[in-house]
Design a protein around this ligand. Structure first.
Ligand SMILES: *Cc1c(COP(=O)(O)O)cnc(C)c1O
Length: 434
């Protein structure tokens, strides 16, 4: 990774500027709290925190602590452990609530993302009479689309008639706020539920979540979000925005490790509603009476009432290590750095495009309020050779055919120097100076 050898004269300016920004970055020390994969004698340029966040250094201690409690106490660790397993999911609650802009009673760590999406759709997509339609975005993450289609079929509804897939205008790649809200208004009382992403995984667009929720409620529909790419990336206020339900995974920006326990949000106004149909299990049943093993189900208050099973302790341990870093950094400061970091990357990509003549197109909205940290860039006319060049130089980005590079400079562990180094490598890859 020798960025100083780049053939790009302008690179010096970006490097100098990056050093200046890193020197005054109050979050810079957090990089040491994560394991950045090695490359050669140095570190990789890791820009795929949108896919799998890096391992928190603190994860090992927490996981080893749970292993030790298991050795020492066996089943008794459910009550005797340092973090009693019987209420392990609650170790994550306050931090998740802060990250999502929710009350603690509104969030719960449980299951996996798509499982949670199904559990919540069972409760909040209740087609009846004229009101039957479910709205998702065209180009939704496949798992979300599969979930939506199968939910429709569960109700005996034909997706062709009852699934709305919201598409951008002809020739555009992201959705306009007025197009979303107009469509919701037009569907009116035919619309049962709006279920969109918070941040779109492919384009990086941050949806106008408050506007969408208000529009859905205005026509009497419920509104929920898949926050896989929003959780830990953009600041949210799920409670104040009146979002009905949401879910996210723990392994992207939340750095909980592969297959990490996901999360769910249910607004407080639905907290004590035994009338809402749901798939029940013993962990959603009254905590005080759970071990009495009685036949009757008594619903728990809040999001915890959607739990079915006891917490997967080992699988949540690393998440707790990461949440501690989020607590220390704070979403406000993370967002502030994120805005600067992504703007720096954006300006750099434009400069590289200008000096190489390569037609680099950024799909992600240029409005900072309509995006998180991720930029999705189309390198028109470039093939796998460019991706190979980036990989050979220690750049880890997500590459999708045809030549779409998704990259997420993550404020918790990426530096401005990471971005500047990347720009030099990108420049040379485009010039063929590799
Ligand atoms: C990452 C992602 C998923 C993955 O689902 P899992 O249930 O965690 O395997 C689903 N939906 C979206 C929008 C995602 O970004």
């Amino acid at each position: 990774m020798p960025p100083q050898n780049t053939a790009w004269p302008e690179h010096r300016n970006f490097l100098d500027s990056a050093r200046e920004k890193d020197a005054t970055d109050v979050l810079a020390p957090f990089r040491q709290r994560f394991h950045v994969p090695p490359h050669g004698s140095g570190e990789a340029l890791y820009f795929t925190g949108n896919s799998l966040g890096l391992q928190p250094v603190g994860a090992r201690d927490i996981i080893e602590g749970e292993l030790e409690d298991w050795r020492k106490f066996g089943v008794e660790a459910h009550f005797e452990g340092r973090r009693p397993w019987v209420s392990y999911h609650r170790e994550a609650t306050d931090d998740l609530a802060a990250i999502m802009g929710a009350q603690p009673s509104e969030v719960v760590a449980m299951n996996a993302l798509t499982v949670n999406l199904h559990l919540l759709l069972i409760s909040f997509y209740r087609p009846s009479g004229r009101r039957t339609k479910l709205m998702i975005e065209a180009g939704a993450f496949p798992s979300d689309r599969y979930a939506a289609l199968s939910q429709l079929r569960l109700h005996g509804l034909d997706p062709k008639e009852h699934l709305i897939e919201l598409a951008p205008r002809e020739g555009e790649v992201t959705l306009r706020t007025e197009d979303i809200t107009d469509r919701i208004a037009r569907e009116g009382d035919a619309l049962a539920c709006v279920m969109l992403c918070g941040v779109q995984y492919y384009t990086g667009q941050w949806m106008p979540m408050a506007d969408i929720t208000a529009a859905a409620h205005a026509v009497g529909a419920t509104c929920g979000f898949d926050l896989a790419h929003a959780a830990g990336n953009v600041p949210m206020a799920l409670h104040d925005w009146n979002v009905d339900f949401a879910c996210w995974c723990g392994y992207k920006y939340l750095n909980g490790g592969p297959g990490c326990t996901a999360g769910a949000f249910v607004h407080e106004r639905h907290a004590a509603r035994p009338d809402l149909p749901r798939l029940e299990g013993w962990w959603g049943h009254s905590e005080a009476r759970r071990f009495k093993m009685e036949p009757d189900f008594e619903l728990m208050h809040g999001a915890e009432g959607w739990q079915t099973s006891n917490a997967p302790v080992m699988n949540m341990a690393a998440l707790l290590a990461s949440l501690a870093e989020f607590r220390a950094a704070g979403m406000g400061r993370l967002r502030e750095k994120s805005l600067a970091l992504t703007a720096f990357l954006e300006a750099g990509i434009q400069a590289v495009a200008a000096s190489t003549g390569a037609p680099l197109e950024i799909l992600t909205p240029s409005d900072p309020d309509a995006r998180g940290c991720q930029l999705s860039v189309v390198a028109h006319g470039q093939g796998k050779a460019l991706f190979q060049h980036l990989t050979d130089h220690g750049v880890i980005v997500d590459w999708r055919e045809p030549a779409v590079i998704r990259m997420a400079p993550v404020p918790l562990y990426n530096s401005f120097a990471d971005v500047a180094d990347f720009l030099g490598i990108l420049h040379d890859g485009l010039r063929g100076d590799a």
